[in-house]
Design a binder for this molecule. Sequence first.
Ligand code: ADP
Ligand code: MG
Length: 494
Amino acid sequence: MKWETVIGIETHAQLSTRSKIFSGASTAFGAAPNTQACAVDIALPGVLPVLNRGAVERAIRFGLAVGGNVNRRSVFARKNYFYPDLPKGYQISQYEIPIVAGGAIAVQVDGTEKSVRLTRAHLEEDAGKSLHEDFHGASGIDLNRAGTPLLEIVSEPDMRSAQEAVAYAKALHALVRWIDICDGNMQEGSFRCDANVSVRPQGSATLGTRCEIKNLNSFRFLERAIEYEVRRQIGILEDGGAIVQETRLYDPDRDETRSLRIKEDAHDYRYFPDPDLLPLAVSEQWVNEVKAALPELPQAKRERFIAEFGVTPYDATLLTANREIADYFATAARDAPGAVVKLCANWITGPISAKLNEGGLDFDPANVRVSAQQLRRLVERIVDRTLNNNTAKQLFEHMWHTLEISVHETVAVSDAIDALIEKHGLKQISDRGEIERIVDQVIAANPQQAADYRGGKEKAFNSLVGQVMKATRGKANPQQVNEVLKRKLSSQGA
Ligand code: ADP
Ligand code: MG
């Protein structure tokens, strides 16, 4: 039997407000335990929550960015459960009426585009943290995280493979950073995913029983956990067993998921509207203001790069991976001819990305040691044939290591780069006479290879080209070297 995988993802994105969702305590990460938990966060009797406007504003921004419906009236509810890191005995969340309903995220997998529908996005507070190490058989409780604002984003069960799930999570991660509502720091837990996974016979219209894998905080873990879970469920079903709906944890060391607890149903939480908080009213005017202030969104920018700059869909996806890359590319390519635009795109997705990857760095202007204007100049010097690919790469190394980045002085940038080309003698050699002279020397010094080529061995030709390039330290115009060599070899052989 053929099985189909079905995945829905719940994501907790920590909203980047300075203070908590219902108190004035700081949300900064990494402080000493319990130094950032105030009376509201530790739930002393008699305290009252006061809603943080900045958290609501970020949720509105999200709702608009995914094309969802921002509810003009939503309701906070108490989700009741006991855990030591939840001193109130309930978490304030939204249940029946969330702030955002619907919307969708566009994802690209293997060159095909797909839209993953969103069910909802709601505001809630985070719980504290239980610390199980360093306490000699006991657990410590750190309430610094209690009350940190979260946006829980729930997808429809629209994904059909681990790759699609990862593409969705990456697109969502990029979006929340793009619209500046979450820092996206996965190590610190600012963006974490729960994957709901089920399988069903191919062609079946009903959903299988799902398991929920909690708190996946890297894309790789998300992918591996789903792959493991799909294998596990198919194994059970093919042995005639049944899936138990439960919450599971992924153990990266053993690359497996393990049962944590039988999953609660919603009614177990005894949700009810929080009497301490009025329904949240969002005015039309506020929504319009937030809408007017939204930046151009990744999807729109991607389409514009394709239409306006003639970038391939694949490159356009890479160039809109985050706002910094997109701005960098747009600056480098502004008003440039097609050949320059294409090469700018190639250099960003190629050598520049490679450099950053080497250092494990994000594409952040602070990490990119060549400014957009400098890259533009380098590319123009390739297009006007001052540089060939070899010398351009050498120049790029010099630029990366020695140039000061001065973003605004376009003229000075050009001069600085031309000076660097002079200083390191990187000008491509396109002088016909000089190339002929070197080709003659190389043929004279390698009679065997010349004979081999004339005898029909193509490989010998490449070796001769290599010798010429070596003799010119990579600076000869490769096209001319090819032409001249071919001509000389055939005429001398005749
Ligand atoms: P909760 O997990 O809080 O009970 P829901 O029942 O709304 O919440 O479902 C949470 C997530 O599980 C959603 O992303 C939804 O798309 C997904 N989901 C629901 N049923 C299935 C299923 N049978 N297989 C895979 N995913 C599912
Ligand atoms: Mg869930």
